[in-house]
Design a protein around this ligand. Structure first.
Ligand code: AKG
Ligand code: FE2
Length: 320
């Protein structure tokens, strides 16, 4: 039973800079609480919800919606708790980590359906990215055709994508928390993130080789990718390519899928300032085959935690 109103986005603060996310602002003051229909509505906004009624909006929702929200957050928290020790070990030893069947099929499908609805309702825009310009020896921005993106921003947008929003809230605080606990100090912020929902609609769309964070004012430290592609097969392409830092001809490919039967992959995370990666061209014959990924970037607690490896950079970007 639900005895108090429940706020699904309260603990999350987000960032706004679009696409190339450099700064990290607070989530806007669009907080609201969910309250189940027929339950304690007379008291809504009164002392029972913290006495700060001016800042808060109460949204009355259908019976079951509050439980669904709580269940999904618990699912994400449990998944992080389950893979946490392996994640930390793998990040330390290899710089990346993959988890099979991270949230299971039902939650994954729900998240994909929300993402599909956002795409269909034209809320996503043409993606932008950065790549290395070999002739001019510098990084440049470019538009990525056949890739559409948006940021999930919480607040009243919650209702467009409740499960995606809850995933972001929970993954941010639990993954950052697990890493901080392990290190015995605050390495990552537990309340700040930037995110990107992206769909590749085929036609060979790809991402050129890059670091997510090349330094400067960017404090993104950990990239957490969740793939929502239950019907992925080899012919759809779109593999995530992880390069050997010091040998540009050596790499490992990861399929962008969660397979309903084998529950493969789903989650892939890596150090944003260390892993050199690209995405292979993807192809789709129907909307079902579009490649959906949700990226959450977690922030370093201090600038000095962002590292730079000149040797790796030289091996991949400076010598054509
Ligand atoms: O979708 C992916 O697999 C990765 C995309 C990526 O590398 C990026 O957005 O920086
Ligand atoms: Fe990337």
């Amino acid at each position: 039973t639900v005895s108090t109103a429940f706020c699904p986005v309260r603990s999350l603060r987000g960032s706004f800079a679009r696409q190339v996310q450099l700064t990290c602002h607070r989530w806007p003051r669009k907080e609201f609480w969910l309250m189940q229909k027929g339950f304690g509505q007379g008291k809504a906004g009164g002392k029972g919800v913290g006495g700060e009624r001016k800042k808060r909006t109460i949204k009355v929702v259908e019976p079951g919606d509050v439980e669904k929200s709580q269940d999904h957050r618990r699912l994400v928290a449990n998944a992080v708790a389950r893979v946490g020790p392996d994640m930390i070990q793998s990040l330390d030893s290899k710089g990346y980590f993959m988890a099979d069947g991270f949230l299971g099929e039902d939650a994954g499908m729900e998240m994909r359906n929300e993402a599909q609805e956002l795409y269909k309702s034209k809320k996503m825009t043409v993606g932008q990215s950065t790549r290395w310009n070999e002739k001019q020896n510098r990084t440049e921005q470019y538009e990525k055709f056949n890739v559409y993106t948006m940021q999930i921003e919480g607040g009243s947008m919650y209702f467009d994508a409740p499960r995606l929003t809850e995933y972001i809230v929970e993954a941010t605080s639990k993954i950052a928390g697990a890493i901080n606990n392990h290190r015995g100090k605050s390495v990552l912020l537990e309340t700040h993130q930037t995110n990107k929902l992206a769909v590749c609609v085929g036609n060979g769309s790809s991402y050129a080789k890059h670091y997510d964070n090349q330094g400067g004012a960017d404090r993104r430290k950990l990239t957490v990718l969740y793939y929502m592609n239950p019907s992925w097969s080899e012919s759809h392409g779109g593999c995530f390519r992880i390069f050997d830092p010091y040998n540009k001809d050596s790499f490992t490919d990861v399929a962008p899928k969660f397979d309903p039967e084998t529950q493969e992959t789903g989650l892939l995370c890596f150090w944003s300032d260390k892993l050199i990666h690209s995405v292979e061209p993807s192809f789709a014959e129907s909307e079902e085959q579009f490649r959906y990924a949700l990226t959450v970037w977690l922030y370093a607690n201090q600038d000095t935690q962002i590292e730079h490896d000149p040797e790796a950079e030289k091996a991949h970007f400076l010598e054509a």
